[in-house]
Design a protein around this ligand. Sequence first.
Ligand code: G3P
Ligand code: CA
Length: 242
Amino acid sequence: MTQIFAHRGYSSAYPENTMSAFVAAEKAGADGIELDVQLTKDGEVVVIHDEKVDRTTTGIGFVKDLLYKELRQLNTNKKGGRKEPIPALKEVLEWMTSNQLICNIEFKNNRFPYDGMEEKVIHLVRNFHLDNRIIFSSFNHYSIVHSYCLAPEIETAPLLLEGIYMPWVYCQSIRAKGLHPKHTTISDRIIQKTMENGIAVRPYTVNQEKDMHRLFNIKCTSIITDDPVKAIKIRNQYKKRP
Ligand code: G3P
Ligand code: CA
């Protein structure tokens, strides 16, 4: 059965990359969550998509220029109501020890390299004994190869914006056990061939019903979606099929 990953948590209903969004994804019955990590000025691994805090919080400026204690003052709940800070990765991983979710950690280091971020993330993952429930992904493929060299027991998956020729050969060449393609750039045939070659395929970001049907129909390994509730409802239609 195709697994459902909640992209930045249940981000169609909650502020993205927040504890509320992750907890709601788990309550909804998602198999996993996806989140993005960057480093603060003083080296804390924090969960946020953009290099700047402007779009998703009440603050302004680059994550890399803010101290962790400064960043924690910001509110991700821009609509008002309950104040919710940007989570530290350690907070999310600690919460993961109380559930069975899989967590796809995306290294957001294609603009700023954040030297040492992979080491810090691996240290946290190992401390919480979550090695077998984590997938590292990135658009920066040097970063996932680096993380594989540091921690070969943790699955890696390159993110792809465009289709490439025989992606399973590329994945095997960098020891990646997964492939995370933009869903519009990969055909059913290539998904199937990649899976036949032992590589898990998790297309992103799959929000339309017709795209969910396409991927559930071919038993794609997983989908990454902003709306796990919609995805679960649609996947239930496939449970009765052989
Ligand atoms: O993991 C897939 C997806 O999260 C990659 O794109 O920009 O949403 O981080 P983005
Ligand atoms: Ca992401």
